[in-house]
Design a protein around this ligand. Structure first.
Ligand code: MIC
Ligand code: SF4
Length: 640
């Protein structure tokens, strides 16, 4: 039996376990990336592990998230990361160089290699045929120290693309269609592998839009074949030597196949407040908007911005709309400047932002009260924009640009002269904001730590008996933005867990931090897909700091589940979903013989307040069990 693309790459990198669906496998990691909002923690953890030069082929530290410097905290964190990069032989990408995923695609991604990154959108590099996975900071630190990355062998789903996109329909609409069908939890422990005739019609930036937003499916990753289009792209980046052809064997098998007919697709939008609330644009056409934001790691490529310019050319942004554009990288910005595209933006009345995440993570450009904001981004969770009352719609650059001109949501279907805009043959490499690793500084650099950088909480080994209280009871699809909100005010404290603790879960339960502190810790109860969204480890570290011992949920998102285990918090699942009703906030619960029950994968919870027992499961691999028994990943690494 032949192999598919994901299996081929995994086969070359597997160092532990057997590649059978559901088995835990250890994968050798060729490259890592970090960004600043998760990076400070990752590097504090790397310090604890204590290595000299990183053991990967290439590791890169990007500064792209926390770029508003309204106090010294963010700049201090940048300096810390820069000194750690210098000391460990890691590439450093300075603020202003661009969004990690866009820059990594341009400069470092290699088809057929493996990458993990401390950011959930790391799968963007799957557009190049790289097996790229989002992970918690400590997992990335461990990979830099040479440890394999362990995942549950995912089921591989084929997405067969047929036909070609029509005028005005874009790669964003392909992933919105997949999200509509598969939902935000449909991809947990799955890899989406794209194939079929339609693949040839998509450029690398378009493929990267799709693999990027595959993160919203909850998927382990998404991947495209590496073909002539990949070679063209690498040539344009002056990296032809990195090309490897990778395609699925003719007789490769898949868990299931879904077919998307590109000819039939229409422009779409994800409505508030979830990336899978997808409707056709025609259903919301005519809605008045206040803001349009074009950028983010999903849609900030040269191609996206050149298409935007083609629509804006000769037009003015509507008087009631603020249009902001953030290019994905400095290299793109330079190209836009060289080709006169920047000038089209300025003439149209667009506001140009730095090359970085910006409004996508609430770093500025919060919409007005009750505002309607149209964004080319990937997440529209409530409050993420910085304005709780705002409604964010996720759309393609074409829809965003035409709507910015009209002042209302407008259907770009049939729009002329946009579809044929191509990726340029050559980009000028811009190394000004890169600092390359230099052997001379490895192990000899002074580490700079600003006063805002505080120790992170250390996990403890799971006790034999647990007596605790239910601190809060939450619903389905709680995101990491609920657990540890991010915005311009909080992001500067990503290296200060005690400060962040006062905001933990407040979008869902405003009193949570107080309740946790008063009870000296406890348990969280939740519905399905708990912890979806970002890879931020803070969503585990902050509860750990507040004394949270376990989360009992109907199901968990992949990265968050691993983050909980890495930090010694038990991810427990109801055996019968209806039992969710048998537990309330304030209930006192106890678990006896926890360490031994953990080994059996089944845990009986005694609800003392209601005098009932609830059967639950804990689905962990042997390695994860060991981690919980020894007090988290760092403690376990020490015992190996
Ligand atoms: C996000 O898009 O939510 C982020 C900000 O990039 C996060 C990382 C973080 O929380 O710092 C992610 O996607 O992992
Ligand atoms: Fe940055 Fe937004 Fe991409 Fe996260 S989703 S990496 S915040 S641009």
């Amino acid at each position: 039996m032949g192999l598919n693309i994901a299996e081929k790459i995994l086969k070359k990198h597997i160092v532990d376990g057997v590649m059978l669906s559901g088995n835990e496998i250890g994968v050798k990691i060729d490259q890592t990336l970090t960004q600043d909002s998760t990076g400070t923690m990752a590097y504090l953890q790397l310090e604890t592990i204590g290595i000299g030069k990183v053991k990967t082929k290439k590791s890169v530290a990007y500064i792209d998230h926390n770029m508003l410097q309204s106090g010294p905290e963010n700049f201090d964190d940048h300096l810390y990361i820069q000194s750690m990069a210098k000391n460990h032989g890691i590439w450093f990408s300075k603020p202003g160089n661009g969004i990690c995923h866009q820059v990594h695609l341009e400069r470092f991604g290699v088809p057929g290699e493996t990458l993990i990154g401390s950011d959930s959108h790391t799968p963007t590099a799957g557009g190049l045929g790289m097996l790229a996975i989002g992970a918690g900071g400590v997992d990335v630190a461990a990979a830099m120290a040479g440890a394999p990355y362990c995942i549950k062998m995912p089921d591989i789903i084929k997405v067969e693309l047929i036909g070609a996109l029509k005028e005005g329909v874009s790669a964003k609409d392909i992933i919105l269609e997949v999200l509509k069908r598969e939902t935000v939890k449909g991809g947990v422990n799955k890899i989406y592998e794209y194939g079929g005739e339609g693949v040839k019609t998509l450029s690398i930036p378009e493929r990267a839009t799709i693999t990027n937003m595959g993160a919203e499916l909850g998927a382990t990753t998404s991947i495209f074949p590496s073909d002539e289009m990949t070679l063209e792209f690498l040539k344009s980046m002056n990296r032809e030597e990195d090309f490897n052809e990778i395609k699925a064997d003719e007789d490769a098998s898949y868990f299931k196949t879904i077919t998307v007919n590109l000819n039939e697709l229409v422009p779409m939008a994800a409505c508030p407040h979830s990336p899978d609330k997808v409707v056709n644009i025609s259903e919301i056409e005519g809605m008045k908007i206040n803001q349009v934001a074009i950028g983010s790691c999903t849609n900030s490529s040269y191609l996206d911005l050149a298409k935007t310019a083609a629509i804006l050319k000769g037009n003015k942004v509507h008087s009631d709309v603020s249009l902001v554009i953030s290019p994905g990288s400095r290299q793109i910005l330079r190209k836009l400047a060289d080709e006169g595209i920047l000038s089209i933006f300025l003439q149209a009345g667009a506001r140009i932002l730095e090359c970085g995440c910006g409004p996508c993570i609430g770093m500025g450009q919060a919409p007005c009260t009750n505002g309607k904001s149209l964004r080319t981004f990937n997440r529209n969770f409530k409050g993420r924009s910085g304005t709780v009352s705002a409604d964010v719609y996720l759309v393609s650059p074409e829809t965003a640009a035409i709507s910015a001109v009209k002042g209302v949501i407008t259907n770009p279907a049939g729009i002329k002269d946009v579809k044929d805009i191509a990726v340029p043959k050559v980009f000028e490499q811009d190394n000004n904001l890169f600092i390359e690793p230099n052997e001379n500084y490895i192990g000899k650099t002074e580490i700079i730590k600003g006063p805002n950088i505080k120790e992170f909480p250390k996990a403890e080994a799971v006790n034999e008996n647990l007596k605790s209280v239910v601190l809060t009871k939450l619903g389905d699809n709680i995101t990491t933005d609920h657990i540890m909100p991010s915005n311009a005010k909080l992001l500067p404290y990503r290296s200060n867990i005690p400060y962040l603790a006062d905001y933990c879960l407040t979008p869902s339960d405003v009193d949570f931090p107080d309740k946790a502190k008063k009870a000296d810790g406890g348990i969280i109860v939740a519905g399905e897909n708990y912890g979806q969204g970002s890879s931020r480890e803070h969503a585990a570290l902050v509860p750990l700091y507040l004394g949270v011992k376990a989360v009992i949920a109907k199901s968990f998102a992949r990265i968050h589940k691993q983050n909980l285990i890495n930090n010694g918090i038990l991810p427990i699942v109801f055996s019968n979903e209806e039992d969710y009703e048998k537990i309330s906030e304030g209930d006192r619960i106890s678990i006896a013989n926890l360490r031994s029950q953990l080994k059996n994968g089944k845990i009986t919870i005694n609800n003392i307040s209601k005098s009932i027992q609830i059967e639950t499961n804990i689905e962990v691999s042997e390695r994860q069990e060991k981690m919980l028994l020894s007090g988290g990943l760092l403690a376990m690494l020490k015992t190996i």
